[in-house]
Design a binder for this molecule. Structure first.
Ligand SMILES: Cc1cc2nc3c(=O)[nH]c(=O)nc-3n(C[C@H](O)[C@H](O)[C@H](O)COP(=O)(O)OP(=O)(O)OC[C@H]3O[C@@H](n4cnc5c(N)ncnc54)[C@H](O)[C@@H]3O)c2cc1C
Length: 313
């Protein structure tokens, strides 16, 4: 392929195998642009993380996804027909200290029987991912950096980089559950937790497992030792009458860069520097203003398309 930056001899390097990097890879594949994809993790998915805990997968990062983007809807329809994703719920509980629980209805939330990571695995099926490869500099050639700005700035300049808020996700396995909401609940006005999900309902296997997301304030206090968040999370669950029994097991996961505190007002950045292209993508590149799984997909798709367009001229 001839390009603005010369004939492509080396593959484009996509750094980050989250959903933004995976969406970019699909676009390059469809345009026959050679690429490699590297990730510092041992598995793809990034914040769509579903490790196996006590014999089953648990979604420890993104809890679900929504489908407002029309083109993303066609991708999701394929996942649904392949049994990879299903419509889960549109009504969640609301818990608030010293208040009777109520509910709120919003958009349909989608979940997966095998964990959200399975969707990214599906997108990257057939591609060789260079796992456990943490880059500390930009490699030669064209590059797409698909990750949160605080991580991207370790590799390259990011204009007006946005900060991210941390979350510690605590998974708790019980012998049985009798909870005051269906599916999941937002927690309002609590200093320590802001979301509780019935992971068995979400995954559809009925397992008595809750996943709790801390507030960013509580997470900040435990970034050096995420297990320190477990006791305040359990205290919060008891205070809100979600559970009274002790869990059989717990597991804490730190997300230092969980959610963007602000967004860029475009879906990606593609710079032409020193004879090569450097693309920036991820959920923070979000002109819709609502960063999440579907906006990360949109960002990776759009940066891939623009790169293909510029390489073709
Ligand atoms: C606790 C939590 C709850 C959430 N809840 C929701 C929700 O309910 N709904 C929703 O839609 N979204 C939710 N999100 C947000 C959602 O997970 C993200 O918007 C989406 O997954 C972002 O994808 P991404 O590809 O932009 O980034 P990421 O998934 O972060 O991917 C970036 C990848 O880059 C890799 N990487 C970073 N630095 C390097 C390096 N130097 N070298 C190599 N690889 C590197 C990382 O390992 C990672 O795999 C949640 C996130 C968290 C953490």
């Amino acid at each position: 392929m001839n390009s603005e930056a010369g004939i492509i001899s080396d593959p484009v390097t996509i750094i980050g195998a989250g959903i933004a990097g995976a969406a970019c890879a699909r676009v390059l594949r469809d345009a026959d642009v050679p690429f490699r994809i590297v990730d510092r993790g041992r598995a793809p998915g990034g914040r769509m993380s579903s490790p196996e805990l006590h014999g089953r997968r648990v979604d420890l990062g993104a809890g679900y996804f929504t489908v407002r983007d029309q083109e993303f809807a066609t991708v999701v329809a394929d996942w649904e027909s392949g049994g990879l994703a299903r419509q889960w719920a549109n009504t969640f509980g609301i818990l608030k200290p010293e208040t009777v629980p109520c509910t709120t209805t919003g958009p349909v939330r989608w979940a997966t029987p095998n964990g959200l990571r399975s969707l990214v695995r599906n997108m990257l099926d057939g591609f060789d991912i260079e796992h456990s490869t943490e880059l500390t500099d930009l490699p030669d050639g064209h590059v797409v950096v698909a990750m949160p700005d605080p991580q991207a700035t370790r590799l390259t300049a990011v204009p007006d980089a946005v900060d991210y808020d941390p979350v510690i996700a605590v998974a708790c396995g019980f012998d049985g559950l009798d909870i005051p909401f269906r599916d999941a609940a937002f927690v309002n006005d609590h200093p320590d937790i802001d979301f509780v999900v019935d992971d068995g309902a979400r995954r559809g296997d009925g397992a008595p497992v809750l996943v709790v997301h801390t507030t960013s304030g509580r997470a900040q206090q435990h970034l050096d030792n995420p297990d320190g968040a477990i006791a305040p999370v359990l205290d919060a669950l008891r205070e809100l009458s979600v559970v009274s029994a002790d869990p059989a097991w717990t597991h804490a996961h730190r997300w230092t860069f969980a959610k963007p505190a602000a967004q860029h007002d475009s879906n990606f950045e593609l710079q032409h520097r020193d004879g090569r292209f450097v693309g920036l993508a991820g959920d923070q590149w979000c002109e819709s203003g609502v960063p999440r799984v579907e906006s990360a997909w949109r960002s990776g798709t759009d940066v891939g398309r623009e790169l293909v367009r510029r390489l073709s001229h």
